[in-house]
Design a protein around this ligand. Structure first.
Ligand code: ADP
Length: 496
């Protein structure tokens, strides 16, 4: 075997290494460079030989290179140098490596640089850094709150929108358990159980869905949010990303829209009922007036030839119809007082038991075809506007009569319950459907299909309701359709 001379090894290394090597004389002129150097910078050896190295170094780095080289020449150990050269076609080539002085040949010392081209590496690193910064920017300035938690539900990330929504800065939130920070107390257990269940089974019913729930702000206020959580596994550990949106404003707008809609339908309904009311009212007022006119004409005729007892029945009819009109007109006047807020209550102490039986006695006179029974009465002194409460009781008795068959009974009772006296009027008539139990106390409401042929304006109960309200009481009805109705009202035992 022939021996290979060591110079050949070194020559081979010089020729074939991917490092860039240049050898300079003391003035900085290129003595020689290796093929990798020429390849990377795009020159031929002839073009660079004896040229100053500085003409290939990017202007910004010339000083740095010179300083580094000088310190090496002066015998100081030099650190790695990172600088840029310009290739023949004008590209920046980023290099990193060592400059050394070779002075074993004292007469002709030279410097040698062994460099790596790190351009591609740095460009990739820069691009990665840029991508990282961009993603971080998207995360930081996302228009939705983003929270990242680990398996132990410890907060690891918290963007600016989360700060704005929940009130905690990232520094305050980082490292805290999510449930203790933003989940209202009553949901915490469920949240923890849900996390445990997921980690055990891989099943999470709230994952990858948008749910609406309450969150806790730093100030302690609860507010509505939408929350979507997705999960991702890094190595062996699950991470959870929560997207959170404050929907307080949206909810308020929705509630406002619903309120407006209800107000609108209510006012449309009221308008409809008012129009209807005008038709009913004119009809109701005209009927007794026509009757009065008719009876007056007959009485007039009869009076020419007959004695007073022949005229009397007609005069009684005129009287009865006049009463009806008077009643209707006073209902109208009460309604206008309520609408203008002028219905006044004048309270005086009164013995209620006696007062009630007197009302019932006079009702029996006016309503002869029903049996009116006082089932139970309470002797108590109440401070009330007796004429207004009498109006309420009369109205309830008159309705009981209107909406039940002659021959049936109407039962009345009064008793004490807690701080109130309760008065009840029960009939065994047509009753009311469940859906009408509350609205019959509204102005102008009448159950149309049944009441068309029965006299009334549909305002009596709303007046009763206002009178009872002004006494700080309450009025309500219990009924089953076609089984009769019990109207009740309460009056406080101690007036305020
Ligand atoms: P109205 O003058 O029409 O009787 P109210 O305000 O007194 O007006 O009553 C409103 C509506 O409630 C009535 O039109 C009727 O449909 C219903 N109502 C009132 N009292 C009774 C009752 N005792 N039984 C069945 N329905 C009743």
């Amino acid at each position: 075997m022939t021996e290979i001379r060591p110079e050949l090894y070194f020559r081979d290394l010089f020729e074939h290494t991917s490092d860039l090597i240049h050898i300079l004389d003391m003035e900085g002129r290129i003595i020689t460079v290796n093929p990798s150097w020429l390849l990377n910078l795009g020159y031929s050896l002839e073009e660079v030989k004896l040229q100053s190295i500085y003409q290939f170094i990017k202007a910004d780095y010339r000083d740095l290179y010179q300083k580094n080289r000088r310190s090496v020449i002066n015998g100081y150990n030099s650190d790695d140098i990172r600088f840029e050269m310009i290739s023949k076609d004008g590209r920046s080539i980023i290099l990193k490596g060592q400059i050394s002085i070779i002075d074993n040949n004292k007469e002709r010392p030279y410097t040698r640089a062994v460099l790596k081209n790190i351009t591609a590496h740095e460009i990739i690193a820069q691009q990665q850094e840029q991508i990282k910064n961009r993603i971080h920017g998207f995360f930081k300035y996302a228009p939705v709150g983003i929270i990242v938690i680990n398996e132990s539900q410890i907060i690891e990330e918290w963007n600016l929108k989360s700060e704005a929504i929940l009130g905690y800065t990232f520094d305050e939130a980082r490292g805290m358990p999510l449930s203790e920070l933003i989940i209202p107390y009553r949901y915490r257990e469920a949240h923890l159980q849900g996390m445990k269940h997921f980690i055990k089974t891989g099943v999470g019913p709230v994952l990858n869905k948008t749910i609406e729930i309450s969150a806790l702000h730093k100030s302690g206020n609860e507010f509505p949010v939408t929350l979507s959580i997705s999960n991702i596994k890094f190595g062996n550990e699950w991470m959870f990303i929560a997207f959170i949106n404050d929907v307080t404003e949206k909810k308020e707008l929705e509630a406002l829209a619903i309120r407006r809609e209800t107000e609108l339908t209510q006012s449309q309904l009221l308008d409809e009922r008012k129009t209807n009311f005008l038709t009913v009212a004119s009809h109701e007022l005209k009927t007794p007036l026509t009757a009065i006119k008719g009876y007056a004409q007959i009485a007039h005729k009869v009076s020419e030839v007959n004695a007073y007892d022949k005229i009397k029945p007609y005069l009684s009819k005129i009287d009865a119809h006049t009463n009806k009109i008077t009643h209707l007109i006073s209902e109208l006047m009460d309604l206008s007082k309520i609408e203008t807020g002028k219905l006044r209550i004048n309270k005086q102490p009164i013995e209620f038991g006696k007062f009630l039986s007197e009302i019932i006695d006079s009702s029996r006179q006016i309503i002869p075809k029903h049996t009116i029974i006082l089932v139970k009465s309470t002797d108590v002194i109440l401070e009330i506007d007796s004429s207004r409460i009498e109006q309420v009781v009369n109205n309830l008795i008159s309705n009981a009569e209107k909406y039940s068959e002659p021959g049936t009974t109407i039962e009345i009772s009064s008793y004490i319950k807690e701080e109130f006296l309760i008065v009840q009027v029960t009939d065994h008539g047509i009753g009311l459907a469940e859906e009408n139990l509350e609205i019959i106390f509204d102005r102008f409401f009448r159950v149309e299909e049944i009441t068309n042929h029965i006299n009334g304006f549909g305002i009596g109960l709303s007046i009763c309701s206002e009178i009872i309200k002004q006494h700080n009481g309450h009025i309500w009805v219990e009924s089953t359709l076609s089984k009769g109705a019990t109207f009740s009202f309460s009056l406080p035992l101690k007036a305020e």
